[in-house]
Each structure stands twice: as structure tokens, then as C-alpha cells.
Ligand binder design. Structure first.
Ligand SMILES: Cc1ncc(COP(=O)(O)O)c(C=O)c1O
Length: 391
């Protein structure tokens, strides 16, 4: 059966060049980068080369890159690191209602420890308005954390504007750029943020490796206590394989990003247009233009997202729904609800995220499949027939 992968915001396939680059580290290059003998020194060099590549991609200094186990750990380090270090100055954090659970649940955890967290709302198109962040900042605020782009809708947030507001207020600013990385340009030199999260497996690297860029001079409390690795900011022997993979992935991105982004955007736009041309009653969730070039989140009215997802899976098509299955019932995506989406529409939402390797033939196949499945499911929907008759 044909297989088409349209879930690149969940994870991406490992780039063949990345696979080649890590092979020696699964065998002969086994040293511990902290060892001072030849076996360690060789590996240390490779870890530092990867750091240089990543720094060159973002435009930061290599010493500003802290390697972690994931985007999730980087988000924890940014938020808890500031909260614990600056908690005496104030116990208030501002974030948004549409963050990834790595931020949301860290916020909830800190609330249980006596911090106050404001989750600012987004507008109907899924964008955080800078002014709402400005109004949420108080004299007790020590950190603002706003994602660069949303994982479910692809909405791009005005992070630079919010960063300037945070700076004016003398508050540190973090952005979770896990989804934005590699899809839109990011320039650390001009972006007024103090910390930025990235993750290897979203950019054709390996799972289990990520990083936090921390502006020089900013001190964070560690979250993982242990050895002196990462200049004492994150204990634990480095995930050498994952770090080398990220180094390669970012060097490839640096060479090929504009071309890849152009191609992904072309395919995404073709996909979106074909669906809107051929299928009635579709709702776009998210901003029509301030959106990642690879992402489209759609509600197919009168169709359950999960039913559509499972039918497409049976046809070899991988996509995702933001809904969660809780004790047998499917709950609509909290992100779409926070945007003010109709709860029924939110339950019919699917996210398609394109990436490296997708082709025109993939898109043609998926559009035909969606049209057929939506027709089939709507034919079984009494609500669809009632509404259709009423028009
Ligand atoms: C916006 C965002 N932040 C953080 C993460 C977590 O990254 P990781 O899977 O590396 O823990 C993800 C993963 O989906 C994400 O989309």
C-alpha cells in the first residue's frame, strides 16, 4: 500500500546524511566527551563542531547553546531555571493559552509551588496579540514565554514585538521555537529574546536531543543536577549521537532551507486549494497567512476528526488530530478551543504537516482519499443530511 507521511510537526524522517554522520558514534567513536584521553578528545571535538554548526544556523555564539535531551527539557530548563533563580524578585510568569504541554504543564507545576502564571488568550485566528502580553506583565513578572509558532495550527506569533515589550519591562523572554526552526528564518542576533528552545527530531535529526540557547550572561538554575557538563548548566554525559545528528541536520538546513521551504509551501498551498475546491464545508483553523509554510489545520464539518484520521490511516496516510482520547470519549483540541473554535468543528479538526520527501503525487493521492472518505462519512451523518436539506 502507498504510504504518505503528512505529520512532520510530530516528527520528521531521519535525513540520509544524518544517518551517515552518526554511524561512527554507534561503534568506534565511543569515547566520553569529558575524558581527557584520545577517545574522549575525538568525541569532544565532534560535539563542539555540532555546537558550532547550530550556533551558525541561529546566529548565536557556540557557548550560548546548551544541549538537552529534548524540546521538552529545554522548555523546563528555561521556565524553572528562571523561576528558581529569580523567584525572590517576583513569582509571576506570563505565557499563552496555546503553548505545548512542555510549557503548559511546567506552568501548572510552578503554580502548585506558589508561582502565579497568566495564560494570555489568543485571537480567533490563533495569534497572541502583543498588547495582551503587555497588559499581563506586572511588577512581579520574571519571565514571558511565547511560542514562536504553534504546533497544531502553525500560527506564527509576533515574538519580536513581544520580546521588545518584555525588554522594556525588564523581564526575561523565552520562546519555544521547536516548530518554527527550519521553517521560517530565525536570527538570534536581531530577535529580542533571551532564551530559545529547539529540538533535533523536528529537523530531520534524531529523537532525544534538543537544546536551549541562553543569551550570554543570563544565569539559570539547573534542572538536571550532576556533573559539570554544559558549563554546569545541565549535568549528564552528552547524547553524542543525538548531538552529532543535530549538528549535521542544522548544517544541511543552512545549505538547503530556502529551497526546501519553497517546495513545501508550494505543495501545502496546492493541497489546501485542492481540498477547498473539491470539498464543501471545510474550515481553516488558524491564520490564513501568518502560518508556517508546511502546516494546515482543517475542520471537515459533519465528520469526526478521529474517524477521518483512522480511515486515512487505513489508506496509508499519516496525519494527526489535536484531540485527546480521555476515558473513551474524544475531547476536542484545547488549542482550537482556546482560539474560540466551535467545539463541534474543533472535534472534526485534522492537522496535515508536510516536509522533506513529500511529492506532487503524494498530494494528489491524499486529496482523492480525503474526498472519498469525507463523502463516505458524511453519507452516514444524519446531521449532514438534515443541514443539507435545510439549505
Ligand atoms: C511547540 C513544541 N514544543 C515542544 C515540543 C517538545 O519537543 P520534544 O519532542 O523534543 O520534547 C514540541 C513537540 O511536538 C512542540 O511542537
Amino acid at each position: 500500500m502507498r504510504q504518505v507521511y503528512l505529520d512532520h510537526n510530530a516528527t520528521t524522517p531521519v535525513h540520509p546524511e544524518v544517518k551517515k554522520a552518526v554511524a561512527p558514534f554507534l561503534a568506534e567513536q565511543f569515547g566520553n566527551p569529558s575524558s581527557i584521553h584520545w577517545a574522549g578528545r575525538e568525541v569532544r571535538r565532534e560535539v563542539e563542531d555540532a555546537r558550532q554548526e547550530i550556533a551558525a544556523f541561529f546566529g548565536c555564539q557556540p557557548l550560548e547553546v546548551v544541549f538537552t535531551s529534548s524540546g521538552t527539557e529545554s522548555d523546563n530548563l528555561a521556565i524553572k531555571g528562571v523561576a528558581y533563580r529569580k523567584g525572590n524578585a517576583g513569582k509571576h510568569i506570563v505565557t499563552t493559552a496555546v503553548e505545548h504541554p512542555a510549557i503548559m504543564n511546567t506552568g501548572k507545576f510552578l503554580e502548585a509551588q506558589g508561582f502565579r502564571v497568566t495564560y494570555v488568550p489568543v485571537n480567533r485566528q490563533g495569534i497572541v496579540e502583543a498588547d495582551t502580553v503587555r497588559k499581563a506583565i506586572t511588577k512581579d513578572t520574571v519571565l514571558v514565554s511565547v511560542m514562536h509558532a504553534n504546533n497544531e495550527t502553525g500560527c506564527i506569533m509576533p515574538v519580536a514585538e513581544i520580546g521588545r515589550i518584555a525588554r522594556e519591562a525588564g523581564v526575561l523572554m523565552h520562546t519555544d521555537a521547536v516548530q518554527a526552526t527550519g521553517k521560517i528564518p530565525i536570527d538570534w542576533k536581531t530577535l529580542p529574546v533571551d532564551m530559545l528552545t529547539f529540538s533535533g527530531h523536528k529537523v530531520n535529526g534524531l529523537k532525544g536531543a534538543g537544546g536551549l540557547i541562553v543569551r550570554k550572561g543570563i544565569e539559570l538554575e539547573s534542572v538536571i543536577h550532576g556533573g559539570h557538563q554544559e558549563r554546569g548548566r545541565r549535568g549528564g554525559t552528552e547524547n553524542v549521537v543525538g548531538i552529532v545528528a543535530m549538528g549535521k541536520a542544522f548544517s544541511l538546513l543552512r545549505q538547503g532551507m530556502p529551497e526546501e521551504v519553497r517546495e513545501t509551501r508550494r505543495l501545502r498551498d496546492k493541497f489546501e486549494k485542492a481540498l477547498f475546491d473539491r470539498i464543501p464545508e471545510i474550515v481553516l483553523n488558524g491564520h490564513p497567512t501568518d502560518r508556517l509554510p508546511n502546516t494546515v489545520n482543517l475542520s471537515f464539518r459533519f465528520v469526526e476528526g478521529e474517524a477521518l484520521l483512522l480511515n486515512l490511516d487505513m489508506m496509508g496516510i499519516a496525519c494527526s488530530s489535536g484531540s485527546a482520547c480521555t476515558s473513551g470519549s474524544v475531547e476536542a483540541s484545547p488549542i482550537l478551543l482556546a482560539m474560540g473554535a466551535d467545539p463541534v468543528d474543533a472535534q472534526g479538526a485534522l492537522r496535515f504537516s508536510l516536509g522533506r520527501g513529500n511529492t506532487d503525487a503524494d498530494i494528489d493521492y491524499v486529496v482523492d482519499a480525503i474526498e472519498a472518505v469525507v463523502d463516505k462519512l458524511r453519507a452516514m451523518s444524519p446531521l449532514f443530511h438534515r443541514e443539507a436539506k435545510a439549505r
